[in-house]
Design a protein around this ligand. Sequence first.
Ligand SMILES: C[S@@+](CC[C@H](N)C(=O)[O-])C[C@H]1O[C@@H](n2cnc3c(N)ncnc32)[C@H](O)[C@@H]1O
Length: 256
Amino acid sequence: MSERYQPAAAGDAATGAPGPGSAAAGECVGEGLWLVRRESGLALVSDDGLELTGDFSAMRRRLRPQNLAHELLVRAARVKGVAHPTVFDATAGLGEDSFLLASAGFSVTLCERDPVIAALLADALERAAADPGLAQAASRMRLVRADSVAELATLEQAPDVVFLDPMFPGRQKSALVKKKLQLLQRLERPCSDEAGLMGAALAARPRKVVVKRPAKGPWLAGVRPSYSLAGKAVRYDCVVPASCGNLAQAEKDPRS
Ligand SMILES: C[S@@+](CC[C@H](N)C(=O)[O-])C[C@H]1O[C@@H](n2cnc3c(N)ncnc32)[C@H](O)[C@@H]1O
């Protein structure tokens, strides 16, 4: 993480210094990948011209109270009789799902193990905290840079909800998702420890585990959900330990 990034076209060819208005010098964080400080925030930039910044401001329309109430994730994560449930987002990524939940009144701990994704997320949270329209939600969010499997085992108080959205190996259709994923997939691989993640989530003794899956994807780690909320592209599988036993057994998913 010590090389410097200087886009050739924008910099001074003689001195190698970044030119005015160009990207500031950045850190190499992988093959052809750079973390660059832009005026708009920290960006992950690739040599082939892709760029990604964590940003919650584009979500404003979705964050209106009348919209939030209909968000499938918000409905899946609600806990009967608890006005402001606590959520442990064990696969935080760039935090958009968590931001929806925080905007709906949940208190969210976001856990991210990849240092580059965590840096983008921390930067997005910082900018949200300084934006009057987003600050209230940001104040309900806390970032932990760690592996969730280990972190969940250290929790002194059980969260109401553990949320899991590990990278799914299948194809994604939306162009936007594709573009973001192209960059993110260079940093992270599809989840290879589904059972470890689900086991750690259940062992933390939440009231429920909510798992985000592609609409037709298999159950995570083969654990049968107590119920599911399905949309066109995405499905939320809710595992309620009290209704299926704390050691939910892996079963053969009828879809697989
Ligand atoms: C598909 S992305 C999550 C996207 C997220 N829901 C959002 O709204 O942006 C999955 C993320 O989980 C992280 N992750 C996977 N396993 C993890 C673990 N055991 N502990 C912490 N983070 C993990 C990956 O690094 C990746 O950033």
